[in-house]
Design a protein around this ligand. Structure first.
Ligand SMILES: Cc1cc2nc3c(=O)[nH]c(=O)nc-3n(C[C@H](O)[C@H](O)[C@H](O)COP(=O)(O)O)c2cc1C
Ligand code: SF4
Length: 434
């Protein structure tokens, strides 16, 4: 194992300036996959200890320690194990998994193959969003190239259906088992009974790419960037009024200012920052210069980097109109199977519209009442994430909600939507707000 001490970026995105990396280019940049000692019968592979030392945490949203998952699947008593790479990326404001699979597919697949070896899994399923032809093409080509590699597990490709909740762990497993891509109540957990009833390791595509680098360079190298609680680098999808919105690799703990500067700077004043995507938290623009992307700064504000989404809302946009649109979309994305989620999110979204457009000041109290009833009552965390977003929007845009309740829509309400949503919803919501 080589152990360069240099704490430099890029790591995941090394060498991609010239375009997507085929197998030859990938090996030229990252070197060969280190040979791992075969795990002894009934024992987890050594790689899991290294991942634990590195402190790798999942990049799918919840930041769960990856080594714990690896141990859980390795320790499950069953014949046959499966590895699922989650690149479904249902979050409309995120593009990092599609980008990673499109430009560095072999890094993701190296990580999946190494994880498979460490937990004695014989197959890997790479799930890519059906809405991303570019990543489907790159994944197909990469899987075919890897047939020349020795000791590879069987790798197959699945096109995950569109939809915000389709990338949720149990929804993806349900889909791979031939059922609808809808979350199901757990237990059993995926690590116990997942794809075809086998213990399954399901992690985000970026998580596997980090694992591939940890296997090559070791835990100390990994920890040379980032913070003690959240080591390493991470991919962030930045959108909003900057010259170059897109996917950036930063170290955990970097300032939002440095991210904006890397994207060419802001084109207008920033009213607020949404961190963590549509299950995330709004932060007032007044905090921008102090804001860092690490737990130490974010957790006291009930925020996290989630799946690495940062959205800047410029002062020319209306936070109220944006939230009404997004809340309606999130309510419609409910998988339609848990009452508190289906009816509750729809009711919350309607109350927000009453507050925004019809001056019904009681609606805010009603939103809080509904939230207390809905929270924690779904098969998945979709309702909880939506409520967190709405509650932070009511706080950060408090003045704007009060203004709208008193005077109705503002001039900015009719502006084109600023927050990214699938097009069909954009059209509908634009009419609604104007
Ligand atoms: C509503 C909802 C949608 C989700 N969508 C995704 C997704 O598109 N991609 C993803 O990797 N994880 C998604 N997750 C998180 C997964 O359930 C799971 O925790 C994650 O893929 C595990 O990977 P990690 O341990 O590497 O973070 C979603 C979770 C929820 C509650
Ligand atoms: S909580 Fe909502 S999104 Fe999650 S499974 Fe239930 S109905 Fe579907």
């Amino acid at each position: 194992m080589s152990a360069p001490a240099a704490a430099r970026l890029p790591r995941l995105l090394a060498g991609v300036e010239g375009g997507p990396l085929d197998l030859e280019a990938h090996l030229a940049i990252h070197g060969p996959v280190p040979v791992q000692p075969k795990p002894r019968r009934g024992r987890a592979g050594e790689l899991i200890d290294t991942v634990e030392e590195a402190g790798l945490r999942g990049r799918g949203g919840a930041g769960f320690p990856t080594a714990l998952k690896l141990h859980a699947v390795a320790g499950a008593r069953a014949r046959g194990r499966t590895v699922v790479v989650n690149a479904a990326e249902g979050e409309p404001a995120s593009g990092k998994d599609q980008a990673l699979v499109s430009i560095a597919p072999h890094l993701v697949l190296d990580g999946a193959a190494l994880a498979a070896q460490a937990i004695s899994a014989s197959e890997v399923i790479l799930c890519v969003s059906e809405d991303s032809p570019q990543s489907l093409r790159a994944a197909t080509a990469a899987i075919s190239e890897r047939r020349s590699l020795n000791g590879e597990p069987a790798i197959s490709l699945a096109a995950a259906p569109s939809g915000y909740v389709a990338g949720q762990e149990s929804a993806l497993v349900s889909f791979l088992n031939g059922n609808a891509a809808k979350p199901v109540f757990t237990p059993p957990m995926t690590f116990e009974r997942g794809v075809r009833g086998r213990p399954t390791l399901l992690s985000n595509a970026e998580t596997f790419a980090h694992l591939a680098l940890i296997a090559r360079h070791g835990a100390a190298w990994y920890r040379a960037l980032g913070t003690a609680e959240h080591p390493g680098s991470t991919l962030v999808t930045l959108s909003g009024p900057v010259d170059h919105p897109g996917v950036y690799e930063i170290e955990h703990g970097a300032t939002v200012r440095s991210l904006i500067d890397a994207a060419g700077g802001e084109r207008e004043g920033i009213r607020a920052i949404l961190v963590g995507g549509y299950a995330g938290t709004w932060i007032d623009g007044a905090e921008l210069e102090a804001m860092t992307l690490d737990d130490g700064w974010l957790v006291p504000r009930q925020a996290s980097t989630g799946a690495g989404v940062v959205i800047l809302l410029g002062e020319s946009a209306c936070g109220v109109a944006e939230m009404v649109r997004v809340a309606r979309w999130l309510a419609e994305e409910s998988a339609g199977q848990c009452g508190p989620c289906v009816h509750g999110l729809a009711a919350v979204s309607e109350r927000l519209e009453d507050l925004a457009w019809r001056g019904d000041a009681d609606s805010e109290r009603e939103v809080s009442r509904l939230a207390a009833v809905i929270r924690g009552r779904g098969a998945c965390r979709h309702p909880d994430g939506t409520l967190r977003l709405i509650s932070s929007a009511l706080g950060v845009f408090a003045e704007e909600w009060a203004d709208h309740a008193r005077h109705g829509p503002c001039d900015a309400c009719a502006a084109p939507p600023a927050l990214p949503l699938p097009d069909v919803v954009r059209g509908m919501a634009l009419e609604e707000a104007s």
